[in-house]
Design a protein around this ligand. Sequence first.
Ligand SMILES: [Zn+2]
Length: 317
Amino acid sequence: MGFDALLGNDRLKQNLTGALARGRIAHFYLISGPAGSGKRTLARLLAAAILCTEQGKPCCQCAACKKVLSNVHPDLITVDDTDHVNLPVEVVRNARADMYIRPNEAEHKIYLFPRAQNMRVEAQNALLKILEEPPSYGVFILLTDNPQAMLPTVRSRCTELAMTALPEHILTAALKQAYPQADAERLSGAVCRSGGYLGQAMQIMEEAEDASEVTVRFLESYIRADALALLQVLSNMEKWKREQLIQELQRWLQVISNALAARNGIAPTQLMAAQLSTARSAADLMEAIRVLKKAILYAQGNVSGGAICGWLQWQLR
Ligand SMILES: [Zn+2]
């Protein structure tokens, strides 16, 4: 079994397998990579490998592995508090106090920090105290999508495992398996926009399921500033009923507003908005919001769909 369940990342998997076979377990691992890059999968497999009692770690068959994979191993502790955006310092201090209690049944005791990017300096300093004096059985696995936000003193003590993007053929095959009904065009669109990360590709597939085809096509053309694609989207809408047009424009407005909020540091709720926030400037987004609001007003008034779509195409191109 080993780390097969994690797609791609071959070198990282080889290095880890080799180190574990030689009994080399670090006290601190920092798993870094963007959202959807497999950090949690790797963390789970690494914890299983450390606690596994058989050969070919993680064997994924022994009692210890099974407990880790179903998240009930008593020596694997998740350090988080999802009620708070930032990990409160007390949570880290509690983990530190708990660390001095010996493992329940394994030779190691693992603390998993799924959101190390949400640790302020105070919490990181509390963590640093642990990093300076870990008990021999203690292992810490920190997950972050922003390794630069870690204090250099924390980061330098960690063995960093950086997730890499998947090759296109591996990503496409995995996505096909997850969405056997999806057509080739949708799959390749999601692969293209995912940056090579399966989690992101799957999120794009899910969002596309929610959003109308038209919303996705509009946002794609707007992200690329592709005037021709924009023209095609809008000209198809000219004959739409007033209500349908308003509803569609409101959806666009909502995603673009979300993207603008993302530029101001508020975590975007949609991946589309996240991509939009990096593809277009704040001024562009504000202008698009102004234009869309006006178009919605026109549509609510007496202006024809054709005129509105033509005007939008001119304003947004
Ligand atoms: Zn095992």
